[in-house]
Design a protein around this ligand. Structure first.
Ligand code: EPZ
Length: 417
């Protein structure tokens, strides 16, 4: 299943249930290493990043089994020898194993995740913060070797919000000897979900949802049953796709309370959205309005992970829009592929483009180069007249359980081959 074929120009109708959140599930899976028995994660998304994390956990000694509506993880057999090494290679979201393995085993050997298409993705804040807690790191031949004879609590002031660094500090701090205070913590909903899971496991954390977290150490933790929240980025993808293609849809279980910035953008673009207990109803003409200036921001600002999809939709808006990417240094790679579909996207600087809206995109053969850019190309294919082929779909399957199934439930003519 390497490419997706879309017969575009059809408005969307129907309803689709939103999957569990990739960016909540991954740190929570790492956190199961801190428990000495079994956890059950309901609504865990069946995506390739989760499968990759599962295989890492299994190589570290966890027993992992899919049940009918979730994932069972038994971490009772994880021993000191399970510090990573050969196991923890090849996936950047394994970075959250740094804090978890230091917490569980006092040692970790992790392949340096390196950069990716969207940016350099440094980990200096992760290492600096964990060193404040007593960890010592050696970087050798592309590997990071961390040791912490005993993790101690610390007062950590993060100079800028980092989701991953905040997660790693929390994962180490719950096992530390005493209290850790994080000032400047990221406040993305995925951080809250991680803290809620850890609290279900017996951890004591104050200030959840705020930029000041106090984690009372002491571990180890018992397992817990937990429902992974639904994915605000997947829901936002489908919401913006409806703004671009037009239609009337229901996004069942979409976390509207976490999507204010996305809902505000959709309204600026002329769509009407209604959040109810069932989810989010979206009604759009398919002729979106341009927006003067869209800038991505840490939560609760407009999420960087929806910038590419917004770029695709604004490509066929009435008028010109300026989009600024303030989080990652190279997140406009998809503009080239969108321009091959007739978009008129002009790059002003590395982090700012102007989109001259065109009447309609045209179908083409395009190539996904990373996860959210791939979702943007599928969105563009739904908007364009004719048949679009998107190659490189394994990138998309990293974060979307089944984007073709979901869009077919919304009436699109789309298949993966
Ligand atoms: C998480 O990445 C998400 N990934 C990303 O989603 C998301 O785009 C990002 O947060 C921002 O919301 C997961 O949760 C698995 P950061 P993360 O640390 O933790 C800089 C997707 O598509 N920084 O908040 O890596 C960094 O370069 C992915 O699902 C440092 O300088 O993001 C960036 O400019 C893509 N030093 C900014 O901070 C560090 O040590 C925010 O990055 C760490 C980060």
């Amino acid at each position: 299943m390497d490419s997706i074929h879309i017969q575009g120009g059809i408005s969307l109708q129907g309803k689709v249930r939103i999957q569990g959140s990739k960016n909540a599930a991954l740190p929570i899976l790492a956190a199961t290493l801190l428990t000495v028995d079994r956890s059950y994660l309901k609504n865990c998304p069946r995506i390739s990043d989760v499968y990759a994390m599962i295989s890492l956990l299994q190589r570290l000694g966890c027993i992992v089994v899919w049940r009918e509506d979730g994932l069972q993880v038994d971490s009772s057999k994880v021993g000191r020898e399970a510090m990573g090494g050969e196991a923890v290679k090849g996936m950047r979201s394994s970075l959250c194993l740094l804090g978890a393995l230091l917490g569980r085993c006092g040692e970790v050997l992790l392949e340096h995740p390196g950069g990716c298409v969207i940016g350099e993705r440094p980990i200096d804040l992760h290492l600096w913060a964990l060193e404040q807690m007593g960890a010592v790191f050696l970087e050798e031949e592309g590997m990071i070797h961390g040791v912490a004879k005993e993790l101690r609590g610390a007062d950590i002031i993060l100079p800028k919000p980092s989701v991953g660094a905040t997660e790693n500090i929390i994962l180490a701090a719950v096992m530390a000897r005493d209290d850790t205070c994080i000032e400047g913590a990221a406040v993305e909903p995925e951080i809250t979900a991680l803290c809620r899971y850890l609290q279900c496991c017996g951890a004591s954390i104050d200030g959840v949802g705020t930029k000041r977290l106090v984690i009372h150490g002491g571990g180890p933790l018992r397992g817990a049953e937990f429902i992974v929240p639904t994915d605000r980025i997947v829901a936002g993808t489908y919401l913006l796709a409806c703004v671009g293609a037009g239609g009337c849809i229901l996004l069942e279980a979409a976390p509207a309370a976490e999507m204010e910035a996305v809902l505000a953008l959709a309204s600026q673009m002329g769509a009407s959205c209604l959040a109810t207990e069932e989810g989010i109803y979206v009604n759009a003409s398919g002729y979106p309005k341009a927006v003067e200036h869209l800038i991505t921001r840490p939560y609760p600002g407009f999420p960087t992970d929806l910038q590419s999809v917004a770029l695709a939709v604004l490509s066929a808006a009435e008028g010109d829009s300026v989009i600024e990417e303030s989080i990652f240094e190279n997140r406009f790679r998809v503009a080239g592929e969108l321009n091959r579909m007739g978009a008129k996207i002009e790059q002003l600087t590395a982090q700012r483009v102007v989109v001259h809206g065109v009447k309609r995109l045209r179908s083409a053969e395009v190539f996904a180069m990373e996860l959210r850019g791939g979702a943007a190309l599928v969105t563009a294919g739904l908007m364009a007249q004719g048949e679009t082929m998107v190659a490189g779909c394994p990138y998309i399957y990293r974060g979307y359980e089944n984007i073709c199934r979901d869009f077919r439930e919304l009436g699109a003519r789309i298949v993966s081959v």
